[in-house]
Ligand binder design. Structure first.
Ligand SMILES: Nc1ncnc2c1ncn2[C@@H]1O[C@H](COP(=O)(O)OP(=O)(O)OP(=O)(O)O)[C@@H](O)[C@H]1O
Ligand SMILES: [Mg+2]
Length: 99
């Protein structure tokens, strides 16, 4: 009997060890899309404190809004924030990223 799995399309890369949004997107690696919340960030609290255990995505979580507010539209193709970034409502902002 033949137990070989059926042919499957090539799976996308998992971003193991990748800490920047730019690299995840450039490599077309798997990205759990959280970008729909980015337009809401300036409207919320003055300060957002992000406390998570080790390897829970802190670095990538701050790298992605950096790319968003810096206006890196090319990295957001196909993601939830793409439409907002391409609308007149969006203006890039100065970003200081300190990790
Ligand atoms: N939204 C996401 N979609 C897919 N992979 C993700 C996502 N967020 C984080 N990861 C992946 O999870 C792993 C851990 O992410 P990251 O390095 O950002 O975590 P961290 O909390 O900063 O880790 P550390 O505590 O070591 O500094 C990385 O491989 C990263 O690519
Ligand atoms: Mg980190």
């Amino acid at each position: 009997m033949d137990h070989k799995p059926p042919d499957s399309p090539e799976l996308p890369e998992l971003p193991a060890g990748i800490q920047t949004f730019e690299e995840v997107r450039d490599r077309q690696a798997v990205y759990a899309d959280k970008t729909k919340y980015f337009p809401l960030l300036p409207k919320g609290r003055k300060v957002v404190f992000c406390a998570r255990p080790r390897r829970f995505g802190k670095s990538l979580t701050v790298s992605a809004p950096d790319a968003f507010f810096s206006g890196r539209q090319e990295l957001f193709q196909g993601l939830a924030a793409e439409e907002f970034m391409n609308s007149p409502k969006f203006t890039p902002k100065p970003v200081i990223l300190w990790t």
